[in-house]
Design a protein around this ligand. Structure first.
Ligand code: TYD
Length: 195
């Protein structure tokens, strides 16, 4: 049985939809489970939203995402300590993948640097699902949203996508084909979590 599970992928990959379906299915099975997300809706999460909307300096953006996560991690640890299963829609790999792109021309090996800054200060997931989808397809899925944010551009998402693929090695990760049916994806995630 896994307790702390994160869902990752580029915008429009469907991870938010599937994490909600996984929540419902685990609840139906009688598990004590909570679904949370990042950026959070705390005051730091609101600063994160501001960074995104105003296309803020990449260092400020990275530090703000990490601060939001350290605060969030305290709550996540409390849930884990009371025996809950915690599902989280975006977590550390979002920062490595997205801010890794934003910082790529600014410092050497940004992903390594971002990991060093935050890894030991936050709970580590037992499983991270990476929703793999071609960036053109994911963008076409979100084209009809009211307002696209600056990250939702093809050239940017292609680099984020490639970072996710690089990050996805190691036993924490399970790549899933985001184009499969919702029910199929939900079943893959649930059976892996309760294994
Ligand atoms: P999110 O709220 O998941 O987007 P959506 O509106 O599609 O549900 O996340 C907002 C954006 O922030 C998204 O483009 C991913 C990006 N992001 C980062 O760049 N770094 C991070 O650490 C996180 C958590 C998100």
């Amino acid at each position: 049985m896994k307790h702390f599970i994160t869902f990752e992928g580029i915008d429009g990959s469907g991870k938010s939809t599937i994490s909600k379906l996984v929540l419902e299915k685990l609840k139906t099975m009688g598990h004590d489970v909570v679904l949370t997300y990042e950026p959070t809706n705390s005051w730091i999460g609101k600063c994160v939203q501001k960074c995104i909307e105003t296309n803020s300096d990449p260092f400020i953006t990275a530090f703000t995402f990490i601060a939001d996560r350290i605060e969030h991690g305290i709550q996540i640890q409390k849930w884990l300590d009371t025996g809950k299963i915690v599902l989280c829609d975006r977590y550390a790999e979002s920062t490595y993948a997205y801010q890794g792109v934003q910082l790529q021309d600014k410092i050497k090996n940004p992903i390594k640097w971002l990991k060093e800054l935050s890894k030991d200060r936050i709970p580590q997931p037992d499983r991270t699902f990476i929703f793999v989808i071609d960036p053109e397809k994911s963008l076409s899925r979100i084209q009809n949203r009211d307002k696209l944010i600056p990250f939702e551009r093809l050239s940017f998402l292609e680099k984020v996508h490639s970072n996710y693929l690089k990050l996805a090695s190691g036993k924490q990760f399970l790549k899933v084909d985001a184009l499969k049916e919702k029910e199929h994806l939900t079943n893959i995630c649930v059976s892996d979590i309760i294994k």
